[in-house]
Design a binder for this molecule. Structure first.
Ligand code: IFM
Length: 459
């Protein structure tokens, strides 16, 4: 008997990565600059001055990475497509070499018996579009649909599962309000406009994918379970604001075809005075999905915080009008994120309770932990904390399924150590260690555990 959680037949196990975090080859074969090239090359924004110029050199080493996936025994691999490889200027000519790269990757996966799952936008916006306003403008949503149509036309015969956007909360709020992600803006209204245009872009991309005959179409959200620091009325109200900004801004338009009822109490005149919404947008955004992708890592404990008059642009930011409180009594990962697997179950069950039959089948498109890995002889890593994290979260996922949530698959984040955005290479999420000096890949104990867990499902 093993202590592996068990899943129903047909449940998909996978691993996930994203283009800018692993590919490197930033100036090769016609790729244009993205907002992350600009951001990471701006001194002081990314830890240690790290950039994605080389990353894991996956662009050249993808056959080796697919071999690792095959050996792992996963049924599916979730990767993202770099928009600036396909349309280097964000609009206009298509770059055939960019399409060829993903076509080769898809063929390599299929010949290894692995289903490709492609994300169309994992944050690498062509810089040329940002120069024209980025996601603050509807034009970016329209260009996104054109790029999606090109990719879908080339790959939808071989890629069964499509994800329009990854974690639009990060794009809108970390990117345009907190400024901790590219493009590094610190605005109030700009972030809300970005959130809306990301949703419009999603809706247009769904139409483009359907027109190209794509089989399964969804979006990935990083939904948060927000818990009150105390049961005071002020903290409970702060949770409502946090929930609106992290969750409802996405789930209400996507799943219920309406804007959040709590948006005015959360954003005040920033949302009432807006002019970026148009008639028909909600119908576009709420088109039926084949699945909802959910990325889950941790709960967030929220306390009330005063509105900082000195920084009105940050009114929509996570650290204005509410603040995160460190949870005590639980282990924290290297990101300082609390490990609370039970809140994973609760998040999924509450989502099902809220949306009922309007909730499509779920894929967990990311889950995993950054740990302070210590490499032993030959670079091996005995990452017991990551193994425990994965085992406990898979067990929590199984509990949500037993409680009635339809979950079809799980992708571990991440196959490889990689560029963790503003944290650079200092934070390691991989189940495979990457020695960045040599680009050697060394499977960690968690890789071997995940492999054994997948094999155990076959009995
Ligand atoms: O590395 C990121 C990924 O790009 C998006 N989801 C969260 C991960 C860990 O922070």
């Amino acid at each position: 008997m093993s202590d592996f959680p068990s899943f129903p037949p047909g449940f998909v196990f996978g691993a996930a990565t994203a283009s800018y975090q692993i590919e490197g080859a930033a100036r090769e074969d016609g790729r244009g600059p993205s907002i992350w090239d600009t951001y990471s090359h701006t001194p002081g924004l990314v830890a240690d001055g790290d950039t994605g110029d080389v990353a894991c050199d996956h662009y050249h080493r993808y056959p080796q990475d697919v071999a690792l996936l095959r050996e792992l025994g996963v049924g599916s691999y979730r990767f993202s497509i770099a928009w600036p490889r396909i349309v280097p200027d964000g609009a206009g000519p298509v770059n055939p070499k960019g399409l060829d790269f993903y076509s080769r990757l898809v063929d390599e996966l299929l010949s290894a018996g692995i289903e490709p799952a492609a994300t169309l936008y994992h944050w690498d916006l062509p810089q040329a579009l940002e120069d024209r306003g980025g996601w603050r403008t509807r034009e970016t949503a329209e260009r996104f649909a054109e790029y999606t149509a090109v990719v879908a036309e080339h790959l939808s015969d071989r890629v069964p599962r499509w994800i329009t956007l990854n974690e639009p909360w990060c794009s809108a709020f970390l990117g345009y309000s907190v400024g901790r992600h590219a493009p590094g803006a610190r605005e109030g209204r700009g972030a809300l406009a970005a959130a809306h245009h990301l949703l419009v872009g999603h809706g247009l991309a769904v139409q483009a994918l359907r027109a190209a005959g794509a089989r399964e179409v969804g979006i990935t959200l990083n939904l948060d379970r927000n818990l009150p620091a105390t049961d005071s009325a002020a903290d409970l109200a702060a949770v409502v604001r946090a929930d609106t900004q992290h969750n409802l801004v996405w789930t209400e338009p996507l799943l219920a075809g309406r804007y959040p009822a709590t948006e005015e109490e959360t954003w005040g005149e920033l949302i009432t005075g807006q002019d970026f919404r148009r008639d028909g947008d909600l119908e576009l955004i709420s088109q039926p999905l084949d699945f909802l992708g959910i990325n889950y890592y941790r709960p967030i404990v929220v306390a009330d915080a005063p509105y900082r008059e000195d920084d009105p642009a940050r009114r929509v930011a996570t650290d204005n009008r509410y603040q995160e409180v460190r949870l005590s009594g639980v282990r924290h990962t290297a990101m300082d994120w609390p490990v609370v697997p039970g809140s994973f179950t609760e998040l999924l069950v509450e989502l099902k309770d809220r949306y009922g039959d309007a909730l499509p089948p779920v894929f967990i498109t990311e889950n995993g932990s950054a740990e302070d890995d210590e490499a032993g002889p030959g670079g091996t890593v005995d990452d017991v904390d990551r193994v425990a994290y994965l085992r406990d979260h898979l067990t929590a996922l199984r509990a949500a399924m037993d409680a009635g949530v339809e979950v079809r698959g799980y992708y571990v984040w991440s196959l490889l150590d990689n560029f963790e955005w503003a944290f650079g290479y200092a934070k390691r999420f991989g189940i495979v260690r990457v020695d960045y000096a040599t680009q050697r890949r060394i499977p960690k104990a968690s890789y071997h555990w995940y492999k054994a867990m997948i094999a155990a499902q076959r009995g």
